[in-house]
Design a protein around this ligand. Structure first.
Ligand code: 2M8
Length: 424
């Protein structure tokens, strides 16, 4: 199993970074690289460090860590660098070319794991030392530019920033957008040529994705202007939970290096409190639309992501753990798993990307959450299902929640890397 996972990563290795999947995603993606480094950490310190260093070579002067770092000659992908046109921003690097939005901040978590598992300790310490200022700038960007007065929660400004592109969470927000400034004609969409179109976001969704990119470009990627103008601004449970955990990990990194850590502890505390005060709505965690104040209550897996960061306590934690047990599905002959969207949700579709399939990273977050709350048996069952899914269906992008069949991109890096992490 581990050998097969290593072969997948080897096949996607570009010499300095790992692409998520050869045809569908032929460049370097932000949270994919963090997951991939978490897997490499067990086997290959050099690869793990190189993966994260190369991702951060795309970091902007204002600390923004872009969701895609384009690889010269990487292969066709829409929207490519010419659409992002990040030269409009004084903060974007001239090289490498990048996108101009972010993804969930799991990078400090990855850096800390790479450091902890490294065999060559002096080298690992140099790595940690080099990464601290980069992570500091990245988290400072989020806490500074992605918050508004009155809330410590960070905002996402695009469905792609959530990592869960076509989640039904965004339906009501996207419905308010009338796309004008930029559309995505089918012939430009490289994803439709290499993946099953029935498993990809719709044309209406892509038009809105592109409308938002055009808006960011028109505002020269100036955060203050975008904050005032964007019709898509969401306080997302997963993004904020990942950030709380990453702030905890950044605290550990700073302490390990004998550097001040109070700022990171304060960030973690303030965001935790804000998740508890502002995102707990009617007995469940839920995203909030900043523009309308509306609660976005689709029953996605991300309602459980605060467990990963140890956010809920006492009765609330028990309640979330009970909801999680209810949301699990049984993959035929393999065991329990958490689907990206509850079967009971009207938008549930077992093969449609972030609207139902089982994803390895989702189950990895939940596995760690369960362990954190002492639910070791449930965590062990989830681990077994993930390993057996990969054995049965290979390292797919996502899996059918009943049959366990693989869907989406094949030979998918984070599925391989996170199984390597589970194998230990
Ligand atoms: C998917 O998103 C990209 C856009 O960023 C796409 O569909 O083209 C998402 O699943 C995202 O979470 C992931 O990071 C990316 C690469 O695996 O693919």
């Amino acid at each position: 199993m581990a050998e097969h996972a290593r072969q997948i990563l080897e096949g996607n290795w570009l010499g300095h970074a790992t692409r998520p999947s050869s045809l569908l995603y032929p460049h370097q993606w932000s949270w994919d690289s963090a997951f991939t480094a978490i897997g490499y950490a067990h086997q290959d310190q050099d690869r793990a460090e190189t993966e994260l260093r190369s991702l951060f070579s795309g970091q902007w002067k204002n600390g923004l860590l872009p969701h895609i770092v384009f690889v010269d000659g990487g292969g066709p992908y829409f929207p490519g660098p010419e659409v992002w046109a990040t030269e409009h921003s004084p903060n974007a690097p001239r090289r490498p070319l990048t996108s101009g939005i972010v993804q969930p901040p799991v990078h400090a978590t990855a850096v800390w794991q790479v450091y902890r598992l490294a065999r060559d300790r002096p080298r690992a310490r140099r790595f940690l030392h080099d990464m601290l200022p980069k992570l500091d700038a990245w988290h400072a960007y989020l806490h500074r530019e992605r918050t508004r007065i009155g809330s410590a929660l960070v905002e996402i400004w695009h469905p792609w920033e959530s990592g869960m592109d076509n989640s039904p969470l965004w339906d009501p927000v996207l419905a308010r957008i009338q796309p004008r400034d930029g559309t995505a004609p089918e012939h430009l969409r490289t994803d439709l040529r290499v993946a099953n179109p029935a498993e990809r976001p719709t044309a209406a969704e892509y038009d809105r994705y592109l409308h938002l990119v055009a808006l960011f470009r028109a505002h020269a990627y100036d955060d203050e202007r975008i904050r005032a103008a964007t019709p898509f601004a969401v306080r997302d449970v997963l993004f904020n939970s990942a950030l709380v955990q990453a702030d905890h990990d950044l605290t550990a990194i700073a302490r390990e290096l004998g550097k001040p850590s109070t700022k990171y502890e304060d960030w973690a505390r303030a965001t935790t409190q804000a998740v508890e005060d502002e995102l707990w709505q009617d007995g469940s965690y839920a995203d909030v639309d900043v523009v309308t104040g509306e609660v976005l209550d689709a029953s996605t897996w991300s309602r459980f992501s605060p467990l990963f960061a140890g956010i809920p306590a006492g009765d609330r934690a028990e309640h979330v753990l009970d909801q999680l047990t209810d949301a699990m599905v049984e993959v035929e002959g393999l065991g329990p798993a958490v689907p990206s969207l509850s079967r009971k949700d009207p938008s549930f579709d077992p093969a449609l990307y972030w609207r139902g399939p089982v994803w390895m990273n989702v189950n990895w977050f939940i596995y760690h959450g369960l362990r954190r709350y002492g639910r070791h048996d449930a965590a062990a069952s989830l681990r077994t299902t993930m390993i057996e899914l990969a054995r049965k269906a290979g390292f797919s992008e996502h899996y059918h929640p009943s049959t366990g069949h693989g869907h989406g991109g094949a030979e998918f890096s984070w599925s391989a890397a996170l199984v390597l992490d589970l194998l230990g």
